[in-house]
Each structure stands twice: as C-alpha cells, then as structure tokens.
Design a protein. Structure first.
Length: 216
C-alpha cells in the first residue's frame, strides 16, 4: 500500500503543491523560467503544464530562477498592500530564487527562504515579485533580508521587471513602486495565502476540490 502522501497523478503546480513548510518565510517555489531561457513560459492554469507565453522581445533575461508560490493568489489583500493598486493581478504570487549554482531546468520545486520583494504596479494591478534564496545555498544562505544582497543584484532584478514587457514605441505600463525587505515580504506572502483561501472557499479543503473551484 503506497504512503498516504504519495500522489498517484501529477499534482497541479498551483493547486496541488504545498505553499511551504513554514509560511510566510520558508516556501516552495515552482520554477517556470530559468536565467537561461529566452522564451517566457508560464503554468497553464487549466492543465498545470508549462505553456509558451511569448518569446522575450529584447535581449533581457531573468537574473534568477522565476516562478510561483503554490496555493497563493494576488487578490484584494495583496492589492491593499500596494499604494495605487485597484486590484491584484489574479495570478499566483511570483517569486525569484537566487542560487549560487546554476540551475538550468524548469518545472522543478525549489525550497526557498524569503528575504524581500519588488512591488510592481502593472496597469492598476498589484504584481509583487518575492525575492528568496535557495534553502541551504552555500553562498546565499547567510542572506536574511534584501539588504544582505549585493546592491547590483537587486538593481538587475528591478531593471528586468521594469522592462521585460517593454515594446518599442509604446508607453511603459509597469512601474516599480517599492523595493522592500523581509518584514513586508512576509505580509505579502500572508496576504496571498489568505487571498487564495478566500478565492477557494472554506468548504474546499482537499486539493482536488480546490482545483475544481478555480477551473470547474
């Protein structure tokens, strides 16, 4: 007889994986894009498989592993933490994970520790990017706050997210509102977890039922 925590079928990355062992600071990151990708991939909300969102228009590449925190949702509580936001972006909470060793494959679960975040306002929507370090990383594990990271690395993250949707000849629609440390990042993660629970509903306790609540 298989153990009780054995998944017979592939869990949906958003609804079927755990958010983390010790929220809000120790989380699981499901990786969609690596620093080596020139294509923007994202989880297909209906199937859970990675789909091609778009080719990167410019030469800009993500400076870190990039993905989502399972069982989170950017709704009203996340929006309330972003001045000027009319709503959350309606997606799972995004996360960047720093690793000293190169990780070149996506569709993996990465244990991560939150150190801060970048607050984006995208056409009226709160679109936070949590910044974390790989759990147990031999270089980055000493970082406990965004201020512990090299300033140039934070600048690269800011620049990437400020320009990754840039289209020549069009006005930039994204604004970096704030770069914040671990204390505010913890509030954002908590808010996203609560937004997910609200969206799912208190009666939806199982993972299968939660997925059904979102996609029918």
């Amino acid at each position: 007889m298989p153990p009780s925590d054995f998944a017979q079928w592939r869990p949906h990355p958003w609804h079927g994986l755990d958010a983390g062992p010790e929220l809000p600071l120790r989380v699981n990151a499901y990786i969609e894009i690596t620093p080596f990708d020139l294509i923007k991939y994202e989880v297909d909300k209906a199937t859970g498989y990675l789909r091609v969102d778009r080719p990167q228009r410019t030469s800009s590449q993500p400076p870190a592993l990039y993905g989502l925190i399972p069982r989170t949702y950017c709704g009203a509580r996340v929006a309330a933490l972003c001045l000027g936001a009319e709503r959350g972006d309606g997606d799972p909470l995004d996360i960047c994970v720093l690793s000293e060793r190169a990780i070149s494959r996506a569709e993996i679960i990465v244990p991560a520790r939150v150190v801060g975040g970048i607050q984006l306002l995208d056409r009226g929507e709160a679109d936070d990017k949590i910044v974390a370090v790989l759990e147990g990383d031999l270089v980055w594990s000493k970082a406990h706050d965004l201020a512990d990271l090299p300033r140039i690395l934070v600048e690269r993250l800011q620049h990437y997210f400020a320009t990754y949707k840039l289209v020549p000849g069009q006005d930039l629609q994204i604004e970096v509102r704030e770069v914040y440390g671990v204390a505010h990042a913890a509030k954002v993660v908590r808010a996203a977890v609560e937004d997910y629970r609200t969206r799912t509903g208190p009666a939806r306790t199982s993972r299968a039922a939660a997925a059904e609540a979102w996609h029918g």
